[in-house]
Design a protein around this ligand. Structure first.
Ligand SMILES: [Zn+2]
Length: 242
């Protein structure tokens, strides 16, 4: 059975890594440099590609080249815009928060213009430093009715329920936590996807097998049912088929 890894940075894997024949990857960029690599990797393999400027990138590189970065994404005709969003753990100053928001609103505009869904990165601020804390709330306020996939979702089950109600999807990696278990329990199987976020969270795309086992366990379903559902959901979200 074909499994879809809905979020991998496959171009950052060790040279010579061979993908198992039953895993189909969605290749994701996060910066102008990685967007180039993602596009090349996806075209070579015939895989879907997701291009965007992530909030971690704007903290590191600023936003002075944002227009050039946006043009490249537009010309590349990706399957979705991502990973994009807000990362309040990375932002250490009000100005960095502002840059993240400005880049994100450009990404939202671009997704609207191209009629594409968005793959969202979000992380809350764990510190009491006077900067905004709740990234998911601010993201939902900014995106309105856009079609969203929450990648490596770290919010709570109440937020997950709202996202599903708004038509969104939730992507689950193999990493276990009490809150994630509640999220998996809450979100219906027809709105769940699996991902490795390799090589950063899962070491390779094969960690989606563990994510599938995790969902099967929480839902009391068979791994086959979960594999079939998450693959179908990924095909619908990213608009590719066999
Ligand atoms: Zn990622």
């Amino acid at each position: 059975m074909m499994l879809v890894d809905s979020h991998t940075h496959l171009y950052d894997m060790k040279k010579g890594y061979v993908l198992p024949s039953d895993i189909f990857p969605v290749v994701v960029g996060y910066s102008h440099t990685s967007n180039h690599k993602a596009l090349e990797c996806a075209r070579a393999g015939g895989y879907p590609v997701v291009l965007g400027i992530a909030p971690q990138t704007t903290v590191k590189e600023g936003i002075s080249k944002l227009d050039e970065w946006v043009s490249f994404i537009r010309e590349s005709r990706p399957n979705a815009i991502g990973e994009v969003g807000l990362d309040y753990k990375w932002a250490q100053t009000a100005e960095q928060v502002e840059d993240e928001k400005r880049a994100f609103s450009k990404m939202i505009q671009l997704a609207n213009e191209l009629g594409l869904p968005m793959v969202i990165h979000s992380r809350d601020n764990p510190n009491d430093n006077g900067l905004p804390k709740d990234a998911v709330e601010d993201i939902l306020a900014m995106t309105g009715k856009a079609k969203l996939l929450m990648h490596f979702f770290s919010g709570n089950s109440g937020q997950a329920a709202r996202i599903v109600e708004m038509g969104g999807y939730i992507s689950v990696a193999h990493v276990r936590s009490k809150e994630r278990r509640k999220v998996i329990y809450t979100v219906p199987l027809d709105r769940l996807l699996v991902e490795s976020d390799s090589p950063y969270i899962g070491r390779t795309p094969e960690s989606v097998r563990e994510a599938i086992a995790y969902i099967a366990e929480v839902k009391g379903a068979t791994p086959e049912d979960v594999a079939q559902a998450t693959t179908k959901n990924a095909m619908e979200f990213f608009g590719f088929g066999h």
